[in-house]
Design a protein around this ligand. Structure first.
Ligand SMILES: [Zn+2]
Length: 378
C-alpha cells in the first residue's frame, strides 16, 4: 500500500511522512477514528515508506524488495495482532493461525472492515478476540532482531480488544526493542485501556470526505459519478462501506420493494416477514440501500408522477404500483410515508435493530395505507 493509493487524509499523511523524513518517529502510536477511515491502509503505507529502500519525499517507491514484501504482507519484520476466533478446542486462537487467510483477504480486497475479516474466517464480530496467548506472541515476535527491515512494525487492529491481558504489553510499549514501531488501531477511545492510552501517541484519523469517496470510487472502482455520489451519501465518510457497496452485486431492490409494498397494502405479516428476514441477513449496508431505494421511488412519484418516470428506469410492475399509489395517495400521504422512511433510515445508520425497525415500517406503512382506504370509502 502506498499513500497514493489512498485518496484523501492528506493532513494525516503529511504528519506521518514528515515524521519519517525528519526521523522523529514515535515508537507507539494510536491511530484513532471512526470505522472505514483508512487507518489500516495508512498504517501499511507508513510501514512501507519507513522501510522502503528508495523512498521519495512523499511516498515509498512501491517496487523495491521491501515494498514488494510489505505490500504482500509477507515481510518478516511486519507483524499483525488481529481479532480472531477460536479454531481448535481448548486452544486460544492467535493471529498466526489465520495468517494465510489474512494475506488472502488483503490481497483480494485491500479495503475491508473487521466484520468482513471475521466473517471471512467464519466468525462474527462479537466473537472476535485478542487473547492473552496472542499478547505473549506479540512480545515474543518483537524480541526478535530485525530480519531485513529498518523497522520492525507491529500493527494491532482493534486495540479495543486488548482487555486486561493487554497490560502484558505495557512494558514493551514503553520500552520497545530498538527500531520497533507499534501501531494500535482503534475506533473507540473509551474502550482502550488507560494504561495503554497513556503510553501511546494518539493520531486522530477522521472520516473521509464525500469528495474523497467519490474520487476513490470513480478512480479505483470504476464507478460512474452519479452512483459514486449516491454511495458516498449513504456511506457517511466510511470508505470501506462505500467500496463494499460498490462491489456488491447490483441489487435488485425493485422486486423486493414490490413485495414489500404489496405486504403493507394488504397488511400481511407473513410476506412482510419474508422481506424483513432477507434484509436482516443481508446486513446494514443493504438495508440502507433498500430504504434509500424506497425513498427515491416515493419522492419521484410524488414530484413527477408515475407517467413521467422513464420506462427505461423502472419496471412495468413498478409503474403499475406507482399508478396505483398515485391514484390513492394524496400529497400528505406521501409526505407521511417519506418522513417515516427517512426517520427509519436515520435509526438504521445508528445501528437500530433491523428486524424491529423494519417491522415498525411495516406496521406504520400499513396504517397509512389503511387510512387512505378509509378516506376513499367515506
Ligand atoms: Zn520501496
Amino acid at each position: 500500500m502506498q499513500y497514493k493509493d489512498i485518496n484523501g487524509q492528506e493532513s494525516v499523511k503529511q504528519k506521518l511522512i514528515q515524521s519519517v523524513n525528519e526521523d522523529r518517529i514515535s515508537h507507539a502510536q494510536l491511530f484513532l477514528g471512526p470505522e472505514g477511515n483508512g487507518a489500516l491502509q495508512l498504517a501499511l503505507a507508513f510501514a512501507q515508506h519507513l522501510n522502503c529502500e528508495n523512498p521519495t519525499e512523499n511516498d515509498s517507491c512501491g517496487v523495491c524488495n521491501q515494498c514488494n514484501k510489505i505490500s504482500k504482507l509477507i515481510h518478516p519484520d511486519l507483524h499483525f495482532c488481529l481479532p480472531v476466533i477460536g479454531k481448535k478446542p481448548n486452544t486460544p486462537p492467535v493471529t498466526d493461525d489465520y495468517i494465510q487467510e489474512w494475506r488472502q483477504i488483503y490481497n483480494e480486497q485491500q479495503w475491508f472492515s473487521q466484520n468482513h475479516w471475521l466473517s471471512f474466517i467464519g466468525g462474527e464480530k462479537k466473537n472476535g478476540n485478542i487473547t492473552a496467548r496472542e499478547c505473549n506472541e506479540v512480545i515474543r515476535k518483537l524480541n526478535f532482531k530485525n530480519f531485513e527491515g529498518k523497522y520492525k512494525v507491529m500493527i494491532v487492529w482493534g486495540a479495543e480488544l486488548l482487555s486486561k491481558e493487554g497490560n502484558k504489553l505495557l512494558k514493551i510499549i514503553e520500552e520497545p526493542p530498538a527500531n520497533t514501531l507499534f501501531i494500535l488501531i482503534a475506533n473507540d477511545l473509551e474502550r482502550i485501556l488507560m494504561t495503554i492510552q497513556s503510553r501511546t501517541q494518539t493520531l486522530k484519523i477522521p472520516r473521509f470526505t464525500d469528495e474523497n469517496i467519490v474520487a476513490f470510487l470513480t478512480d479505483k472502482e470504476g464507478c460512474d459519478e452519479g452512483r459514486a455520489r449516491q454511495l458516498a451519501g449513504l456511506a457517511e465518510g466510511n470508505l470501506v462501506e462505500a467500496i463494499q457497496m460498490t462491489r456488491e452485486e447490483e441489487n435488485n431492490f425493485s422486486e423486493l420493494m414490490l413485495q414489500w409494498f404489496e405486504a403493507c397494502f394488504k397488511k400481511e405479516v407473513g410476506p412482510a416477514n419474508k422481506v424483513i428476514s432477507s434484509l436482516h441477513e443481508s446486513g446494514r449496508s443493504i438495508q440502507k440501500q433498500f430504504i434509500y431505494y424506497i425513498l427515491q421511488y416515493l419522492r419521484e412519484i410524488m414530484v413527477y408522477g408515475y407517467s413521467e418516470r422513464s420506462l427505461n428506469r423502472v419496471s412495468e410492475r413498478e409503474l403499475k404500483l406507482a399508478a396505483y399509489m398515485q391514484k390513492r395517495c394524496g400529497w400528505e400521504d406521501f409526505e407521511q410515508l417519506i418522513a417515516l422512511y427517512e426517520k427509519g433510515y436515520y435509526y438504521i445508520t445508528r445501528n437500530a435493530h433491523a428486524k424491529i425497525q423494519f417491522f415498525n415500517f411495516f406496521i406504520q406503512s400499513s396504517n397509512i395505507f389503511k387510512q387512505i382506504k378509509k378516506k376513499q370509502v367515506s
